[in-house]
Design a protein around this ligand. Structure first.
Ligand code: GFB
Length: 324
């Protein structure tokens, strides 16, 4: 055993703009934001594969890809993701696809000489009743929220795999745990998406059709913390540059709203003038999950995009890009 467990400031990532960097999952919410950010700061050698070109659940294909491409850096943002309903309905998909993707990519990256890998998880890794705000060391201290425990167990395994490879091989694999994300390229599916894109779509469709009411799930009382994905992409680059520690790092906006407050804000931004109706047959999920992001703040990164500005930006993207 051995290897670095100090939170050393590596500082070599953004100095290597020609370095080959593989962004796994570049068509998704997170991966597309990371690619936008890398292009914006001048990276010239970004390697991308669509799902059709490379199925990350197939171990031999992933090994062949890494052996051929030999990227120097990897951002692991490919995952099977979804909102509370999708997590609750497809538990086998959420645990198996995520375990396969991350295990294949992390192991092949290590074996093929990748210098540094960043694994992305989610705030749902923490116990349902973790003390708030949730610090990194709350991991594995209590039972998970049942609606997303399958996804959470896979993501916890990813964190532990990065830690294990660091401990055994001294390999520089780090993990970032973002809070609930939103932004361009989100999934706006009516049932399977997360709450924010679901509400943008539902309020927009109600406005266009002249409906008098919009149904919102649950009681409206759960508290959630939302982070615009461009802020996350900025944090990902920051962590690749500055952080090489054993622990995963929380990435939050440090502000929480109730689902009711969120629904009122989306309603206002979209310009829907009717009423909200609450469907309490739908699950609320965890009552609160505000992350403590002070570790990241101490390292020197804070978010910049307010929820209102981020919502305006995301609704604009929806109007321009989603087939209406
Ligand atoms: O975004 P969401 O599905 O994620 O739901 P979670 C958040 C809250 O919004 C819940 C309520 O209390 C929902 O009941 N909600 C209200 C709605 N209307 C809607 C709607 O139309 N669609 C959705 N989806 N929710 C997910 C996890 O939990 O968080 C994932 O399942 C992941 O694993 C993600 O970690 C970040 O915050 O409850």
């Amino acid at each position: 055993m051995g290897g670095p467990d100090k939170e050393t400031l590596t500082g070599s990532f953004t100095a290597e703009k020609n370095a080959k960097i593989f962004v796994a999952g570049h068509r998704g919410l997170v991966g597309s934001a990371v690619v936008r950010k890398l292009l914006q700061i001048g990276f010239t050698n970004i390697v991308l594969r669509t799902h059709q070109e490379l199925d990350l659940t197939r171990q031999s294909d992933v090994e062949a890809f890494f052996a051929q491409e030999k990227p120097q850096f990897v951002i692991l943002s490919a995952a099977k993701v979804g909102g509370i309903h999708a997590n609750n309905t497809y538990p086998a998909d959420f645990i198996s696809i995520n375990l396969q993707i991350q295990t294949n990519v992390i192991d092949a990256a290590y074996r093929n000489g990748v210098k540094k890998l960043l694994f992305l998880g989610s705030s749902c890794i923490y116990p349902k009743f973790a003390p708030q705000p949730i610090t990194e060391d709350a991991l594995l201290t209590g039972p998970l929220e049942p609606t997303n425990e399958w996804y959470a167990v896979a993501k916890i395994a990813g964190i532990k795999m990065c830690q294990a490879y660091r401990l055994q091989y001294g390999w520089d694999a780090i993990s970032a745990m973002p809070t609930n994300l939103y932004g361009p390229n989100d999934n706006f599916h009516p049932e399977n998406s997360h709450v924010l894109p679901a509400l943008i779509r539902r309020f927009h469709e109600a406005k266009v059709s002249g409906a008098k009411e919009v149904v919102v799930w649950g009681t409206g009382s759960p508290l959630r913390e939302f982070l615009h994905v461009d802020d996350l992409a900025d944090a990902v680059v920051f962590l690749m540059e500055k952080y090489s520690g054993l622990s995963h790092v929380n990435v939050g906006s440090r502000k929480e709203v109730t689902i009711k407050e969120l629904a009122e804000l989306v309603k206002e931004v979209v310009g829907f003038e009717g009423d909200l109706v609450w469907d309490s047959t739908k699950p609320d999920g965890t009552p609160r999950k505000l992350m403590d992001s002070s570790k990241l703040a101490e390292l020197g990164w804070v978010p910049k995009i307010s929820l209102r500005d981020g919502l305006v930006d995301t609704y604009k993207w929806y109007l321009e890009n989603v087939k209406l």
